[in-house]
Ligand binder design. Structure first.
Ligand code: PAF
Length: 277
């Protein structure tokens, strides 16, 4: 596996092949990221992964400085997973000037849920992803479904800008008892780590209830929010939305095309999760 850290070296390394499968990451990799690489490899194309902690998608009070940078360990894991090329640029290389030209995704998709609680987050994500797409020009790009809204926002951006890139989503990998794998799980104490499974359990309860009783949607969401609070979480949201566009389902709709999504803080760690229902 080849590691390149500048745009010039990236262009040189990409030159041998026309079609690449791409896995963008912010590093501090876990089995969930490696599942994206394994998925990318199914295409039989060479796989390039990026590692870049993107300042643009962090608000001033968020964990940009604290975010774990573990390049050596990440490269070892990527090599084991069969990744062919790693692009790990410095900030000076990817953002040589202040990035004033930004990608503003569709507000109806990007200003709700995560975008509501993290204003500017999806502008940061779309800007860096667009820039990485421009640098790498992949045929396929693979994203985790744990960041469900991110996957939809990127799909929409790619469709609207007519980019010739296939966007694929991979199911969330979970630890025992259902906790979704996330780099931010590292911030949790052992006790919190055990307790964090209640986020997934609450989503499962909500999902089962609305599948059985779609007419109880509003009450089920309110109960799930109250339950998370009782369990010691500070929830931003827990709700049911349409999978296709993350809008609120209409009164006559039934489950099968929905997704239950949640974001909540345990102590100072903010986690997100979702399940399709
Ligand atoms: O999902 C992530 O890790 C990031 O949002 C991404 C897509 C790598 C952009 O920085």
């Amino acid at each position: 596996m080849n590691l390149v850290q500048t745009l010039t070296d990236l262009r040189y390394a990409l030159a041998g092949h026309r079609n690449w499968a791409f896995v963008p990451t912010m590093g501090n990799l876990h089995a969930g990221h490696l599942a994206l690489v394994h998925h990318a490899k199914r295409h039989g194309l060479p796989v390039v992964a990026s590692i870049f902690v993107n300042r643009l998608q962090f608000a001033a009070h968020e964990d940009f400085d604290q975010y774990p940078r573990t390049l050596v360990a990440d490269c070892a894991l990527l090599a084991q997973a069969g990744c062919d090329l790693v692009f790990a640029p410095s900030e000076a290389d990817l953002y040589p000037q202040p990035q004033t030209c930004k990608v503003h995704p569709a507000p109806e998709l990007a200003d709700i849920l995560e975008g509501h609680f993290r204003p500017g987050f999806f502008v940061g994500v779309c800007t860096v992803v667009m820039k990485l797409f421009a640098c790498i020009q992949p045929a396929v790009a693979v994203f985790g479904k744990k960041d469900y809204q991110q996957l939809l926002v990127i799909r929409h951006m790619v469709a609207q800008l007519a980019l010739p890139i296939e966007i694929e989503g991979v199911d969330t990998l979970r630890a025992q008892e259902g906790l979704a794998l996330s780099s931010r799980n590292r911030y949790l104490s052992p006790t919190q780590l055990q307790h964090a499974t209640t986020l997934h359990q609450t989503l499962q309860t909500l999902s089962a209830r609305v599948v059985a009783h779609p007419n109880e949607l509003e009450m089920a969401q309110a109960d799930a929010l109250a339950h998370l609070t009782q369990q010691g979480w500070q929830p931003d949201y827990i709700c049911i939305r349409r999978r296709a566009n993350l809008q609120v389902p209409a009164a006559h709709e039934t489950a099968g095309t929905w997704v239950a999504l949640a974001a909540a803080r345990l102590g100072s760690t903010r986690l997100i999760d979702n399940i399709e229902c």
